[in-house]
Design a protein around this ligand. Structure first.
Ligand code: NA7
Length: 557
């Protein structure tokens, strides 16, 4: 890296407080962003609040944690050497293996020297006189940067539920999204799990094997498909690798969700009952998220969706021996897939174990946490340990924790008070040179995150390189383009069944959070094309200023 190629024109000795770019977060997004920016010869500082790389995979260490996208696809594609040399051991990688992989990437590409761990970015404030960002960190230091990139993750702000008495509980309390780094052994303990989202669905079967008794407190039953996880053979890995160019191309350009799979060409009601059942059976046997892509209208047409939902409800009734428990486990208040569908290993069957009890807290809400248990519906359930699998302040939560101050002193939190507003999920008007990786308004959580991360990082890196080459100083989303994009994101979402569920996609899990469908549901291929077209048209919808004309920016936005 040479000082002469930097944007700021200042030299960058290790102890200077000026960088071309500050990146917030050293998960998958932050690491690849650093790699690309360094490749451009820019000086970069990454701040990470955790003690090491990995982001969400650094924190989510709960028993049974694993990715619900197959490991051969949930991996970086930017380096063919990397994807050819790394051997995933299972169809769905367990969290420790993903963490090992992300550490390998950090070491292999020598990324660590530019990352400062155990350090939170507290504030980032745009200096309109200098067109630069002043960034303050939790160690009390300050750094000036031309650009700030938020790689803060979509599911990284774990949410503690506001339940009376929780702080008086005498046993141990764990949150799945903030699990201790030391092993937790529940052997011989009575454990209570609150929540039945993906984190609970993965951890409940594992905890049930250890605990003397497990009580699961369910507010909303969820649809889950068997993972059919298994060890990957050498032959399977090789077959995948041989097809990588096509798999990666398809995932980026054609797939709706960034996952290589067959594209359905018909709707659920185009087939007769027997044919449909046999297709669902075959996907159920194959396992995994692609259950939902057996037909092309499951997210669009309620009658079509009901056929898939009925199939899964029937499976639950087949698996779970006690009819009352089976009925409680059958989701019936949202279309299948409108909350993120879960992928499990033996979740429903776990309720056949004699040491597992399901408590319906929809009909009988939790009244309070007692020092030694949980009181719900007038009954007391004694537990020694509590596991809160209560989710995240998704998509905006980790951004909201930063005090981001843009033009004219407006904070991002003020601007987003009625819901997040971005152009393409990449930038928000009034906050020049501030990029968000997989921000609200982009496909993000509706996709294979690595595909969406790589697309955003490449787009941002190319954009910064273009600005440098053209001598441009600032770039900013125009308000008219942003308003149009927000309306488009909303319109596309409301053409689907997704808004019918009280999901974290809608912000519905956080009391008081504006209920707006946050991710872009138009599909990753379509979205990529839109972003590429915008760039090809000279960054249409963005206002850019040359270094010597800072006033023109304010006039045009
Ligand atoms: P989720 O999917 O948000 O699930 C959280 C669960 O916790 C869900 O069942 C909630 O019920 C329940 N919950 C939340 N707050 C409470 C309170 N106060 N009382 C009782 N129950 C509560 O989070 P996960 O961590 O499981 O998964 C997040 C994503 O990570 C997942 O989609 C994958 O993409 C990976 P509710 O449904 O709100 O009634």
């Amino acid at each position: 890296m040479s000082a002469s190629s930097s944007i700021s024109g200042k030299s960058h000795a290790a102890d200077t407080a000026t960088r071309d770019v500050v990146v917030v977060g050293a998960g998958f997004a932050g690491l690849y962003m650093l790699y690309r920016l360094r490749g451009l010869g820019l000086s970069v500082r990454v701040y990470e609040q955790g003690g090491d790389v990995g982001g969400t995979w650094y924190w989510n260490r709960y028993p049974g944690a694993r990715c619900d996208v197959e490991s051969m696809q949930y991996s970086y594609s930017f380096s063919d050497e990397l994807q050819q040399e790394w051997d995933w051991s299972e169809r769905y990688a367990p969290q420790p293996e993903i963490l090992k992989y992300v550490n390998h990437v950090a070491d292999r590409f020598k990324l660590r020297p530019d990352i400062q761990f155990n350090t939170r970015v507290v504030r980032a404030s745009f200096d309109e006189a200098d067109n630069s960002w002043q960034v303050t960190t939790s160690d009390g230091k300050a750094v000036t940067a031309k650009y700030v990139v938020l790689a803060t993750g979509c599911l990284s702000n774990a949410r503690m539920p506001d339940i009376k008495g929780l702080s008086d509980f005498k046993g141990s309390v764990y949150h799945t999204g903030h699990w201790p780094h030391e092993p937790v052994d529940f052997t011989g303990q009575r454990v209570g799990v609150i929540g039945t989202g993906s984190s609970a669905i993965q951890s409940v079967p594992v905890i049930a094997e250890q605990a003397s008794h497990l009580t699961v407190f369910q507010r909303t039953a969820n649809f889950s498909i068997p993972a059919r996880n298994a060890a990957l053979t050498v032959e399977e890995r090789e077959a995948f690798r041989a097809k990588y160019p096509e798999i990666r191309r398809f995932a980026r350009e054609q797939a709706r969700n960034g996952i290589y799979t067959e594209m359905p060409d018909r709707g659920a009601l185009d087939d007769g009952d027997n044919e449909r059942r046999s297709k669902y059976e075959s996907r159920w046997s194959r396992g995994g998220l692609t259950f939902m892509s057996v037909y092309n209208n499951l997210a669009l047409d309620k009658a079509a969706n009901d056929t898939a939902a009925d199939f899964v409800r029937a499976k639950i009734a087949e698996i779970v021996s006690d009819p009352t428990t089976a009925k409680l486990l059958q989701p019936n208040n949202h279309p299948i897939g409108s909350k993120r569908i879960c992928v499990d290993t033996d979740y429903y069957a776990t309720f056949n174990r004699p040491n597992v009890t399901l408590v319906d807290i929809r009909s009988n809400p939790i009244e309070e946490i007692l020092p030694n248990g949980v009181r719900a519906g007038g009954g007391d359930y004694e537990v020694d340990a509590l596991v809160l699998a209560t989710g995240f302040d998704a998509m905006t939560g980790s951004v909201a924790r930063l005090d981001i101050v843009g033009r004219q002193g407006q904070t991002l939190n003020q601007k987003w008070a009625e819901g997040p507003k971005t152009y393409l999920g990449l930038m928000s008007a009034g906050f020049p040179n501030l990029f968000i990786i997989t921000g609200p308004g982009s496909p993000s959580v509706l996709s294979n995150m690595i595909v969406s991360i790589e697309q955003h990082v490449d787009w941002i890196a190319d954009c910064i390189a273009t600005m440098r080459d053209r001598g441009l100083d600032t770039m900013e989303a125009r308000r008219d383009a942003e308003d149009k994009w927000v309306a488009h994101v909303n319109e596309v979402a409301h053409g689907t069944l997704y808004p019918q569920a009280n999901s974290w996609y809608m912000g519905a899990n956080i009391p008081g959070k504006p209920q707006i469908f946050m991710p872009y549901i138009g599909g990753v291929g379509v979205y990529r094309q839109i972003c590429n077209d915008v760039a090809a048209k000279g960054y249409e919808g963005f206002a850019m200023t040359a270094a010597e004309l800072p006033q023109k920016m304010a006039a045009s936005s």
